[in-house]
Design a protein around this ligand. Structure first.
Ligand SMILES: [Zn+2]
Length: 143
């Protein structure tokens, strides 16, 4: 059997190259682990194991596989960077930043409402001042 004519099919996918096996035309890894990204498969294999990933991909519909592989690759990368927390570390950091920003926003809104109230009070005060100036002028004209 000859391989298909596309350029990437000339060399085995990153998974088959890593596992030192022949990359078959129906290889489940080939669409998601191109030969130019060897580290992607190496990380996924190190964290999840190639046979588990094969089982997982075979259980999924073809249209779900790319998202699954991207998720596995991200999780594997994060697990290797942070062996204790993995991507949970990033998620909790982002949640912490989100809570901080929500608190900052709430403080800013509160400050803004103080100035808006102050602006309203200044307007009312200036009205009173204007009215009393007008009254004073009228009274002084009457005298
Ligand atoms: Zn392959």
């Amino acid at each position: 059997m000859s391989s298909s004519s596309s350029l990437s099919s000339n060399s085995p996918c990153a998974a088959c190259k890593f596992l030192r096996r022949k990359c078959q035309p129906e290889c489940v890894f080939a669409p998601y682990f191109p030969p130019d990204q060897p580290q992607k498969f190496a990380n996924v294999h190190k964290v999840f194991g190639a046979s588990n990933v094969t089982k997982l991909l075979n259980e999924l519909q073809p249209h779900q596989r790319e998202d699954a592989v991207n998720s596995l690759a991200y999780e594997a990368d994060m697990r290797l960077r942070d062996p204790v927390y993995g991507c949970v570390g990033v998620i909790s950091l982002l949640q912490h930043q989100l809570r901080q920003l929500q608190m900052d926003l709430s403080c800013a809104k509160s400050e803004l409402s103080k100035y808006q109230n102050l602006g309203g009070m200044i307007f009312i005060l200036s009205l009173f001042v204007s009215i009393s100036v007008i009254r004073t002028v009228r009274i002084s004209r009457v005298k």
